[in-house]
Design a protein around this ligand. Sequence first.
Ligand SMILES: Nc1nc2c(ncn2[C@@H]2O[C@H](COP(=O)(O)OP(=O)(O)OP(=O)(O)O)[C@@H](O)[C@H]2O)c(=O)[nH]1
Ligand SMILES: [Mg+2]
Length: 325
Amino acid sequence: MEALTPKKKEITLKDVEVVIPTLNEEEAIGRVLDEVFSVGVKPEQVMVVDGHSTDRTRDIAREKGVRVLLQEGKGKADAIKTAIKHATRPYMLVMDGDYTYPATEIPRFVEKANEGFDEVIGARLYGRENIPLLHRFGNWIITRIFNLFFGTKLRDVLSGMYLVKLSLVRGLPIESRGFSIEVDIAAKVASITGKITEIPIYYRRRIGKKKLKMIHGILIVKDIVKLAWRYNPAFIILVLGALLFIPGLTINLWVLMRLLFYGVKHYVWAIIGTLILSSGVLTLALAVITIYLKRFEYRITHHVLEIRRELNEVLEMLGEKEGEK
Ligand SMILES: Nc1nc2c(ncn2[C@@H]2O[C@H](COP(=O)(O)OP(=O)(O)OP(=O)(O)O)[C@@H](O)[C@H]2O)c(=O)[nH]1
Ligand SMILES: [Mg+2]
């Protein structure tokens, strides 16, 4: 029977393409690349996807011997899409070019991939003071909403350092604009296989000038609403429920207050309020059930895919055995 247990192919550092999006990072990119090389990554495994920097970023990267691509489109999200198109290895590890993320942790990401995870996110649990306060807050909310929709237990879904299996994101349209490509990728993996995990990392203060503007926070929220719509339509029901629940509760509280403090009875308002409130409660309950059903569907799909994959592996092995005879 032992022969029928599919052997897992080991994933090593060689299977990883390191992707670094850059925009005017001449002060940091050299140090970032040196740190990437220090863990044994070869220059030909590194792709710097540049957003038309006007400084020496591309020259420095070329001098270090890595692949330098000019991104298609605009913004970091398009840079990642460009990388996905050109990557040739099974996994890509994305990290920023401003020396904030610790490249020394790359081997730990690979270890997790070896344990069977399709996406490994570097959660910025240490050095949080180096994330601007507003970003920290936006990040927290978005991670919360993400967990609610996908049943995950992530702590930092917007981290800019993550390893992901390319076959899962390739071919599928990635629609995010701006800076929330991380959410989009995580949503894909969470809904297709659910094999997503985090490792804690240290986040350093950036070298060089800031590029993100406040407005990105709003864009990210817009993107997550769009994503929720697509991956978990219960979102609409949830909003509807809240829209009914809040005025219903307000009317009823007002009726109650009038009765208790002034002895005035508002029968019609009481009926209207109760109707709205109970519709709200029912709608909210329905939303919760739908969210759970959707999560359940994702989990089942994931199990079926897993079984199919293992079955294929076994069949392949049997085929090889036949061939040997
Ligand atoms: N290719 C490309 N890279 C970009 C673009 N905008 C930003 N980047 C890079 O994406 C990475 C993340 O951008 P940052 O400006 O560091 O954003 P952040 O880390 O959220 O904000 P900071 O706190 O300022 O570091 C950096 O390596 C940037 O150089 C772009 O339009 N195109
Ligand atoms: Mg940064």
